[in-house]
Design a protein around this ligand. Structure first.
Ligand SMILES: [Zn+2]
Ligand SMILES: [Zn+2]
Length: 226
C-alpha cells in the first residue's frame, strides 16, 4: 500500500511521570495507528528492541524545554504551544523528521496570550503536549470502576484526540481566546473523540469506537494514499 506521512514518534516525559500514565500514552498511540490502518507498517519500520512499541522512545527529557516555555507562560500553567515549539526546535537531537509527544505533569494553558486551560494541544505534522495534572482527582474516586482505570481511559482519549489533530483531523482554526462556541466549531460535532471537549460520560460512549466514520476516513487518508 502506498503510505505517506509515516515518521518516527518520539515520546518525552519528565522524571516524575507516573509509569501508568506513560503506558497510557503508548496505548493511545497504538490505538490511533491501529484505527488509521498503519500499525503494522509502523511495527515493520520502527520496531524497537523490546518489540513492544512501534515507535522510538527518546532518552532526552523535557526539563530544559519546560524551563524555556515557563518564561513564555502565564501564571499557574505552562504554555503548551510554546513548549511544543521548543521541543520541535531542539537542535541537540537528531534533525530526523518525527512526531513529538510530550507527557507533562503540570497544568497547561493553550498558547501565547490565551489563558484557556487545556488538557493538551496537537499541531498538525508536528506533535502534541498532553498533561494529566487535572486528571489526578480521578485517582481518588472509589465507587464502581476503579479510579486508576478511569484515569487511564480519560488520559488515553485525551491523547487520542490530540494525536487526531497531529494526524490531520480538525487542524486548529479557532482564534486565540476563542469562546467555547468557537472551540466547538473548530471540532467534530459527532459522537467522536474529536469532539471539542471530553467529559467522563461522553468518553464512556465513545470508548469502543473513538472516531466517527468521517474522522476515521480522514485519519486513514492522512497515512494512506489513494
Ligand atoms: Zn482539539
Ligand atoms: Zn469525528
Amino acid at each position: 500500500m502506498p503510505f505517506q506521512n509515516i515518521k518516527p514518534i518520539t515520546v518525552l516525559c519528565q522524571d516524575n511521570t507516573k509509569t501508568t500514565a506513560l503506558s497510557t500514552i503508548y496505548s493511545a498511540i497504538v490505538c490511533v495507528l491501529y484505527h488509521a490502518g498503519v500499525l503494522a507498517e509502523y511495527n515493520r519500520l520502527f520496531n524497537n528492541s523490546t518489540g513492544v512499541y512501534a515507535f522510538k522512545k527518546t532518552g532526552v527529557g523535557v526539563k530544559q524545554h519546560i524551563a524555556k516555555a515557563r518564561k513564555q507562560s502565564m501564571a499557574g500553567a505552562l504554555n503548551a504551544a510554546a513548549l511544543l515549539d521548543f521541543i520541535a526546535n531542539d537542535t541537540s537531537r537528531s534533525s530526523e523528521d518525527r512526531y513529538d509527544i510530550a507527557l507533562i505533569t503540570e497544568s497547561l494553558h493553550w498558547t501565547y496570550g490565551s489563558p484557556r486551560l487545556v488538557g493538551g494541544v496537537g499541531m498538525q505534522h508536528q506533535g502534541s503536549v498532553v498533561t494529566y495534572a487535572d486528571l489526578l482527582y480521578i485517582l481518588q474516586s472509589v465507587n464502581g470502576e476503579s479510579g486508576l482505570t478511569k484515569f487511564n481511559l480519560f488520559l488515553k482519549m485525551r491523547t487520542v484526540h490530540e494525536l487526531g489533530h497531529v494526524f490531520g483531523l480538525w487542524p486548529n482554526t479557532a482564534p486565540i481566546n476563542a469562546t467555547d462556541e468557537e472551540m466547538a466549531q473548530a471540532h467534530c460535532p459527532n459522537y467522536c473523540v474529536m469532539y471539542w471537549t471530553l467529559k467522563e460520560d461522553f468518553i464512556e460512549k465513545i470508548r469502543t469506537r473513538p472516531f466517527c466514520p468521517s474522522c476515521l476516513a480522514q485519519l486513514k487518508s492522512f497515512f494512506i494514499k489513494r
